[in-house]
Design a protein around this ligand. Structure first.
Ligand code: 6PG
Length: 225
């Protein structure tokens, strides 16, 4: 595990943002563009705040989403809306380079259409982790954990809803995978993941390979480092 522990959530978010700006510059220098998939939830918001203040050639960045709720783009629950309000509206990224997962559509069709527009290989997938060990919208004991292809419509019984999500194949095919995880509520699950408890079915984040972890001290509290 490549684990970077910062003292606070803000410091972890700033470190991830600085490294993202560096990764973008490197990808743009090598391939002319940087293709990054953002996640939802609350953790990325601090990183978005930090990113707004950094130098990034946004006109050469393509933004994708690792997962989306079954809602439209203006819904408070939308991961796209969260990224738009928190970051994308404040930087010079062309609208055509923000590729939204259409949560308002038929899930299977939206998943298939999104898979078709993905680049051959993403540079970076930026993920979070729920306190049940889910990542993207790959929740414990759901069918999506076994999906092939690139994007899956995943029925999540405990939420009684469909979610759109990258598959493990898609996540693990990217050049890099970073997990930004902060807060004491994640400490127990992180230890269980480190110790291989409950496997991928129980803690789907364990199905993400070759991860760089951006943690704060609270989330890292129970890890053996
Ligand atoms: C989502 C996210 C999800 C998120 C985790 C962590 O749609 O909710 O993609 O995988 O990363 O639930 O969420 P927090 O950052 O809010 O703890």
């Amino acid at each position: 595990m490549n684990v970077l522990v910062s003292p606070t959530p803000e410091a972890a978010a700033m470190l991830a943002a600085e490294h993202l700006a560096r990764a973008a510059a490197s990808a743009i220098a090598e391939r002319g563009r940087f293709s990054v998939a953002l996640s939802g939830g609350s953790t990325p918001k601090l990183m978005y705040e930090a990113l707004k203040g950094l130098e990034v050639e946004w006109e050469k960045v393509h933004v994708y989403f690792s997962d989306e709720r079954s809602v439209g783009p203006d819904d408070e629950q939308s991961n796209y809306r969260s990224a738009r309000v928190g970051l994308l509206d404040h930087v010079g990224i062309p609208a055509a380079q923000v590729h939204r997962l259409e949560g308002e559509r038929d899930p299977a069709q939206a998943a298939a259409d999104y898979a078709a527009l993905l680049p051959s290989r993403l540079d970076l997938v930026l993920l979070g982790m729920g306190d049940d060990g889910h990542t993207a919208s790959l929740f414990p004991d759901t069918e999506g954990l076994h999906a092939t292809g690139r994007v899956v419509a995943n029925w999540v019984p405990k939420l009684d809803t469909w979610r759109l999500s990258f598959t493990f194949d898609e996540i693990n095919a990217a050049r890099e995978r970073w997990l930004l995880v902060t807060g004491a509520s994640k400490a127990k699950v992180l230890r269980e993941v480190q110790n291989g408890i409950d496997g991928v079915a129980g803690h789907p984040v364990a199905g993400v390979h070759d991860v760089t972890w951006y943690l704060d001290a609270a989330a890292a509290e129970e890890l053996s480092l």
